[in-house]
Design a protein around this ligand. Structure first.
Ligand code: SF4
Length: 420
């Protein structure tokens, strides 16, 4: 039997698709570009645009594979199961229970199984997190979110926080390292809340220590982090691991305190800036990246100008800037002073100009220094700080090599292998 698959959205969705593929391959399925027996779409609902793209992907795969069974899962089908059924999906699952989803595909029984996400209490372990041939593996240690940021639909689609027990984190990390992966990306929907549902309430630092110790030869990269978890103790414990990448992706969202409050974020800009400084004290020269929402309801021109000044001050390596997207059912959807689309897009464009400038400045700060690069192909890889690095001489794929940085074009670093 053959399957075709398309994934939208975040790293957790990518991870879960990899798990679905692994489970299907265990049952003798093979991937196919066309003439698939089943088409699978793992959908996303984080913005209105992702909902539109999810619909589009379902239609595209159906028309490329006429007659195939259509199986849809993920956050969009969690939120809009009726709509997904109306698109002709035979199997409609939400964002949980991937093993049952695969069982339903294997039996090829048309099924409907969108559960209530708020009833989920147990973390669903899935085969971790990599497709053979890749150098970097993902390890999902947490699902769900209890934060209810006013713009976000995720707590309604993913349910409460559920965590992978510490010993299972360690076992999964060891397995990935034994399979030859040189980098493990620790991921989840809201990993800062890791462990609050587990006996003894371990924290994220416990999970990272367990992973780092179980895979001492691999480098450990953290997925998106809520800044509130980055305390002095957290930094000290991560730095002591010795194999945690000096790269941290922080969920910023706005550089304006009033806007952060309306978003129900749990920090202000002063606390966020302290987090950046703390990380730099423990991981000198670390790469900091962030997410930013432009044009949140009520964000004035002065608020946005303050945000631009703030991201400049933080000196990020990169910022993912998105226009605010109205998600029906969230509190922000009903807030007054919604901005029009053109204004939001213009703010994203203006943020992009600042981001390009700070990225170039950060990359320039590495010229003349050395970085450790995991090569994804013979000539290109990423440093521990998550800078893209290119070299002329060939390096073996999947190896970590020291590169002396000789220049930058503002997007990537260029350099020479320094350890040959
Ligand atoms: S922390 Fe906020 S933005 Fe992130 S998933 Fe939870 S509710 Fe959404």
């Amino acid at each position: 039997m053959k399957y075709a698959v398309y994934t939208l959205g975040c790293k957790v969705n990518q991870y879960e698709t990899q798990a679905i593929e692994a489970l299907l391959r265990e049952r003798g399925f093979e991937p196919a570009e066309e003439d698939a027996d089943v088409v699978i779409v793992n959908t996303c609902a984080v913005t209105a645009e992702s909902g539109r793209k999810s619909r589009q992907a379902i239609r595209r795969l159906q028309s490329k594979n006429p007659g195939a069974l259509t199986a849809v899962c993920g956050c969009f089908s969690q939120l809009e199961p009726e709509e997904v059924s109306a698109l002709g999906a035979d199997i409609v699952f939400g964002s949980g229970d991937k093993r049952a989803f695969v069982d339903a595909i294997v039996k090829a029984l048309p099924a409907r199984n969108v559960d209530d996400p708020f009833r989920r209490r147990v973390f669903e372990p899935l085969p971790a997190g990599a497709v053979s041939g890749r150098t970097r593996a993902m390890l999902k240690i947490e699902d769900g979110c209890d934060n209810f940021c006013t713009y976000c639909v995720i707590p309604y689609t993913r349910g409460r926080v559920r965590s992978l027990p510490l010993e299972d984190c360690a076992a999964a990390a060891k397995d990935l390292a034994d399979r030859g992966f040189k980098e493990i990306v620790v991921t989840g929907i809201e990993i800062a809340s890791y462990g609050k549902d587990l006996p003894g309430k371990p924290g994220l630092a416990d999970a990272i220590e367990a992973v780092a110790q179980a895979a001492p030869e691999a480098r450990i990269r953290l997925g998106s982090l809520e800044p509130t978890v980055v305390t002095e103790e957290f930094c000290r414990r991560l730095a002591a691991c010795g194999n945690v990448c000096p790269h941290f992706h922080l969920s910023l969202q706005s550089g304006c305190d009033d806007t952060l409050k309306r978003m129900n974020r749990k920090y202000d800009t002063a606390a966020f800036y302290e987090v950046c400084e703390r990380l730099r004290a423990y991981f000198p020269g670390c790469g900091l990246t962030a997410d930013l929402i432009c044009g949140f309801p009520g964000e004035s021109e002065a608020d946005f100008a303050g945000t631009l000044a703030f991201i400049e001050k933080c000196g990020f390596l990169f910022v993912h800037a998105f226009p605010y997207s109205v998600r029906p059912g969230t509190r922000a959807a009903d807030m007054p002073d919604q901005l029009d689309r053109a204004e939001k897009e213009d703010r994203v464009r203006r943020a992009g100009e600042v981001i390009a400038r700070i990225r170039a400045a950060y990359l320039q700060s590495w010229v003349g220094k050395s970085v450790e690069v995991l090569f994804e192909n013979g000539h290109m890889g990423h440093s521990g700080q998550y800078c893209p690095v290119r070299v002329e001489a060939a390096a073996e794929r999947g190896t970590v090599r020291v590169v002396r940085v000789t220049g930058t074009d503002g997007e990537s670093l260029f350099g020479k292998l320094a350890d040959s």
